[in-house]
Design a protein around this ligand. Structure first.
Ligand SMILES: [Zn+2]
Length: 95
């Protein structure tokens, strides 16, 4: 059962989505964002691309990210937020 990672352009949430098969994932519309219900989620294709984006964050952008995480914490499961933060920490550590 493949797991793909998506990012929601509306609220910035990254989330994992389980698909029953690779064929289903390739043919289907993106999953609905669990935080805001947006339907424009983009699949995160490569880890390298994500790292490049995060590496370009300015302090003010980082502050906005943190504020957004705080906001998301009110509407998304705590476990999901922890996972998101852990993922970012890991990526920062690789740079
Ligand atoms: Zn969203």
């Amino acid at each position: 059962m493949p797991i793909y990672e998506y990012i929601c352009p509306d609220c910035g949430l990254t989330f994992d989505h389980f698909w029953p098969s690779i064929q289903a994932a390739e043919g289907a519309a993106p999953p609905v964002c669990p935080a805001c219900g947006g339907s424009q989620a983009q699949r995160i294709i490569s880890q390298v691309a994500v790292l490049g984006e995060l590496g370009g964050l300015t302090p003010s952008e980082q502050a906005a990210e943190n504020a957004q995480a705080e906001r998301l914490a009110k509407i998304t499961p705590k476990e999901q937020i922890e996972k998101l933060r852990a993922g970012k920490k890991r990526q920062e550590g690789q740079r």
